[in-house]
Design a protein around this ligand. Structure first.
Ligand SMILES: [Zn+2]
Length: 301
């Protein structure tokens, strides 16, 4: 509700008087909103939550696009260079950002403060696994670092960044609790997903992850690998094969058909689709949908 009320204030000038102090650019504020640029969705979403009202966040990977193979335009690089804070993940999900000229932007790279695990599975393009944002506990660490980066770039609003980061951290803690309790007692302890994005989540909540393709969603498994995955599905009595929203469900459907299973969405949150945005979905709501589908697939009580 707090975020909604701030949006209304920004959009409606008639409310400005009643919202003095909450709107950047009003007397007392040091300048306009802080320009924040993120390589892809989850970092942008966390920045909006922490910077609520004081930041202008741009996401480089467009809605509906998948970040692993996104190539930035010259305009994208210009946006990075003119940002006050630039957020990247590292580990292969935004490889272009490893070497980009970031100009005078203050750079926060998740890989530099969260040690990434070695990638598992086949056909990896990166030796490390970048998908830390899918663990609600590691996400809290990211939020803390974003708070510190925004504060360093804009110390005038330290109290707001502090307050917003604390509130969002409480949401992430509630999400972690929901996962812990929701996945505590399940008939099946493994899942099959289309790309290998869920290692950190699986490690946190104690289930086994079998991926059809590799760490990048566009890496193609061989016919032999597909047959092996189908065998694994049969052996583990798996009734649902997961696919995701930003890539073709073809592989998941092939395996599901092969073993007589159904398909369900497990969203790696690497980006929202335009449909997601219209429906008002976000990191927290999609993570809840993911939990619901995991509980279905793993037959949890
Ligand atoms: Zn990925």
């Amino acid at each position: 509700m707090k975020r909604l009320s701030v949006c209304i204030c920004v959009l409606s000038t008639s409310f400005l008087a009643g919202c003095a102090g909450a709107v950047p650019g009003t007397p007392g504020a040091t300048s306009g909103p802080l320009k924040v640029v993120a390589t892809f969705y989850p970092l942008a979403e966390f920045s909006r939550a922490v910077g609520n009202g004081y930041v202008d966040v741009t996401t480089i990977t467009p809605a509906g696009a998948e970040p692993h193979d996104y190539e930035p335009t010259a305009q994208d690089i210009g946006r990075v260079q003119s940002a006050a804070v630039f957020l990247a993940n590292g580990g292969g999900v935004d490889t272009w950002a490893d070497k980009a000229d970031t100009g005078n932007a203050r750079v926060l790279r998740v890989q530099n403060f969260l040690p990434l695990d070695t990638a598992t599975g086949t056909a990896n393009e990166s030796p490390l696994d970048p998908h830390v944002w899918l663990d609600p506990v590691l996400a809290q660490t990211i939020v803390t670092h974003i708070r510190d980066a925004l504060t360093a770039a804009d110390p005038a609003h330290v109290a707001d960044y502090e307050k917003n980061a604390t509130a969002y951290t409480h949401e992430l803690q509630a999400l972690d609790t929901a996962y812990k309790t929701g996945l505590a007692t399940c008939g099946i302890k493994s899942i099959i997903s289309s790309h290998n994005a869920f290692h950190y989540m699986a490690k946190r909540y104690g289930f086994q992850l079998i991926s059809i393709s590799g760490l990048s969603p566009d890496s193609e498994p061989s016919a032999k690998e597909l047959a092996a995955t189908a065998d694994t599905a049969r052996t583990n009595n798996i009734r649902y094969i997961f696919f995701e929203t930003l890539v073709s469900p073809k592989l998941a459907q092939t395996i599901a058909k092969e073993v007589g299973a159904d398909t369900l969405v497990l969203n790696p949150l690497e980006g929202l689709t335009s449909e997601d945005i219209r429906a008002g979905k976000n990191y927290l709501s999609i993570m809840r949908e993911n939990l619901h589908n995991l509980r279905t697939a793993m037959q949890c009580q």
